[in-house]
Design a protein around this ligand. Structure first.
Ligand SMILES: [Zn+2]
Ligand SMILES: [Zn+2]
Length: 709
């Protein structure tokens, strides 16, 4: 940790020194280092008082959600903005930042503005949501509306009461959006109606799609006929989808706050599908019902690797490797190769539990796959090398191997911990409890394992434990019958008619003259597991589970090898790929509309007319886009947005017009390029360098040309 911190500090110092020269847009490094939640929120809003309030409530033992409401409420009560609109906006953004740990873009980009509107003598609060509200997550997006309602109450505003036409507009808009973009939740029209009729604050937003509604057009209070994607997401994927959870949260938060009137949220109890019943408790053990959810939206060409909880699929294994962590899970590199490399390093997968998706990383210390080859033999594949040799000969995968999932993933997803399978590290811990230190990752022959098991009364080592729970007692009975009849005089067991059972158990074997041959330590382990088979009586064992039956006849204790299998399919990794500007841009510098829509800086070698922020050199008085002139920093110039005249703080002719720092202006590109070369002390090839047609940022501040080389 110290190393990382030191290095980060070193890099920041270099960046800071470079910025201090005054040649770039800003004179300092904009990104602030922030460690705690309150520091991050302070940095995000450039306001340390807010951070202090967050620390104050958190130190009082308040949870994150309640803290978000408390702080948002304080911002509203103390009117911390310049006016009521700014106050409301700050309060909602800060609240959302707190509940999302200030690590996603939603608080900044997911809300475009918050304003107080008036209609029919009432003042109500209106929140403009944008697409990036997605990054907050469904529940958090929904809570942001709750926060807005709390802020509304603190500001003494009335409830939003939408008319019939506004409700119909929402209904049409959600359906229309569903046709053009992805929604997680398929809410019914009834649900949407219930939500929008009852929301105490308006959920709206700027247009995000080109498509327009066709029936419910030109509603006076709604600025656009185009789809408001952010608003649709909040209504459908946040509030409707999470209604049940939200209803619970409303009760919790209001009881902790004491001054939050939640009477306008009672309707939440009446919408939303019941959450999938996942867990039950039976015999003190959670009963985990297979969940098909991860299979939704599967696409052609992306394989489903294992069905929900089906034997042979991935075995849940708890733990962390150096390359796994938050939403990244481990599988054996042998599994990756056996699956024709449909799983590679970083492949995005959808998993049955505990979360929704993850990326896959190779971990070679966990169990690999067990496969049947075309000659009928069954092999445990232990390494990538072995897998490469065998890959062409594989006829069937009998077991996919482990999926390594960290405990934190269960915690993060609020999923009950499910019992661990029988693994080496557990076995080693049991021995340690008896005062014996063993290396869990070493190879143990069956004889060594057996000795340890008998001497210290621990279950047999996982390597010599087979998947007994995956066969029935009837199958166990057939296996015993076959072993009894088999010739095993030379340490090899020749079995007839039970190959399928051996495959379910994943006992390695070969096929010789139509018989399955189990040999070596596996033969010893099989015989020892069945050592008391003489007393096996099918009728007597009728009511037992296979695990109980095998433990009754075995020479040692046998633990369940797998218990839970995790379903998995390959996701859509392209969804997570780098977002590129289309077409690619090298430099945010405007070149206007050149011939053929080319944005080549080199082609703009005459004058271009663009809207751009202008500055003035305090020494020579030159007006320029450059940040540095005559050895010192240039200063920004302000213009009246109406007449374009240069002004000090407002225009004498147009005192109401907005003052901006840019103006449509003619730039001499040849001169600017020359100046840039001079400041770099050298000429460069700029033939491929691309700028942009125009700057879309609010202040239209260009990057220095030097950045492009
Ligand atoms: Zn100058
Ligand atoms: Zn003016």
């Amino acid at each position: 940790m110290m190393y990382i911190e030191d290095k980060v500090e070193e890099i920041i110092q270099v960046a800071r020194a470079a910025r201090r020269t005054g040649k770039d847009v800003s004179e300092d490094v904009e990104i602030k280092k922030a460690n705690s939640l309150s520091e991050r929120v302070s940095a995000l809003f450039g306001n340390e008082d807010i951070g202090k309030r967050i620390s104050f409530w958190l130190e009082k033992g308040m949870d994150k959600h309640t803290t978000a409401f408390k702080v948002a409420g304080e911002i509203a009560s103390n009117m911390m903005g310049r006016d009521i609109n700014e106050t409301a906006e700050l309060a909602v953004r800060v609240g959302l930042a707190i509940i999302t740990d200030a690590v996603v873009s939603a608080p900044v980009e997911g809300i475009s503005k918050v304003v107080v509107k008036k209609a029919g003598g009432r003042s109500y609060l209106s929140v403009y949501y944008n697409g990036p509200i997605r990054t907050a997550g469904g529940t958090e997006g929904a809570i942001s509306v709750l926060i807005a309602d709390y802020v509304r109450q603190k500001l003494g505003l009335q409830e939003f009461k939408p008319g019939k036409e506004i409700v119909s507009r929402y209904l049409e808009e959600v359906e229309l959006y569903r046709r053009y973009a992805h929604l997680q939740y398929n809410a019914s029209g009834e649900e949407i109606k219930k939500v929008v009729e009852n929301l105490p604050v308006e959920v709206t937003g700027p247009p995000t799609e080109e498509e327009e509604v066709s029936s419910n057009r030109d509603i006076p209070s709604i600025e656009t006929n185009r789809i408001r994607g952010g608003a649709v997401l909040v209504i459908n994927d946040c509030i409707a989808q999470k209604a049940k959870k939200l209803a619970k949260l409303v009760d919790e938060i209001s009881s902790k706050l004491g001054d939050f009137d939640t009477s306008s949220w009672n309707w939440l109890h009446f919408i939303g599908r019941k959450e999938e019943k996942k867990e039950d408790i039976k015999d003190l053990c959670p009963v985990i019902v297979p969940s098909k959810k991860f299979m939704e939206d599967a696409v052609v060409g992306r394989p489903i690797l294992s069905y929900p909880s089906r034997p042979g699929g991935f075995r849940l294994r708890y733990g962390h490797a150096r390359d796994t962590g938050l939403a990244s899970v481990g599988v054996s590199p042998a599994t990756m190769i056996i699956l024709d490399e449909f799983l590679a390093v970083g492949t995005q997968v959808r998993i049955e539990r505990p979360g929704k998706s993850a990326v896959v990383m190779p971990v070679d210390s966990i169990e690999g796959p067990v496969v049947r080859l075309r000659d009928g033999s069954v092999v445990r594949v232990k390494s990538a090398e072995e897998a490469k040799k065998l890959a062409d000969k594989v006829e069937k995968i009998l077991f996919l191997g482990d999926v390594l999932i960290g405990f934190g993933e269960f915690l993060e997803n609020n999923h009950k911990l499910i019992p661990s399978p029988w693994v080496e590290e557990w076995w080693a811990e049991m021995l340690r409890a008896k005062g014996v230190d063993v290396d869990p990752w070493a190879d143990y022959s069956f004889d060594e394992a057996m000795k340890l098991s008998i001497k210290y009364d621990v279950p047999i080592h996982p390597r010599w434990t087979y998947f007994w729970h995956d066969i029935t007692v009837d199958e166990l009975s057939s296996l015993i019958e076959a072993v009894r009849k088999a010739d095993s005089s030379d340490g090899r067991i020749f079995l007839e008619g039970v190959k399928e059972i051996l495959e379910k158990l994943c006992i390695p074997h070969r096929v010789e003259n139509g018989k399955a041959v189990v040999e070596g330590d596996d033969a010893k382990a099989l015989l020892a597991s069945l050592s008391g088979m003489e007393k096996f009586d099918r009728r007597k064992y009728g009511n037992l589970s296979t695990m109980e039956a095998i433990n009754d006849i075995s020479a040692f204790r046998i633990m369940p090898k797998a218990i839970y299998y995790i379903g998995m399919r390959v996701g859509r990794p392209e969804k997570a790929k780098q977002r590129k500007m289309k077409p690619p841009v090298n430099l945010l510098f405007p070149v206007g509309n050149l011939r053929g829509r080319s944005r080549m800086i080199s082609r703009a070698n005459g004058a271009v007319t663009v809207e751009v922020a202008l500055r003035k050199c305090p020494s020579c008085g030159k007006v320029t886009v450059r940040y540095f002139c005559c050895g010192s920093r240039t200063v920004p110039i302000l213009f009246c947005s109406k007449c374009g005249r240069e002004v000090r703080d407002r225009c004498t002719q147009h005192p109401d017009a907005e003052v901006v720092c840019y103006r449509s202006t003619m730039l001499d590109m040849r001169e600017l390029i020359k100046e840039a070369f001079e400041s770099l002390g050298q000429e460069y090839d700029i033939s491929g360098l691309k700028g942009v047609i125009g700057l879309t940022s609010k202040d239209k501040v260009p990057e220095p040309l030097e950045r492009g080389y």
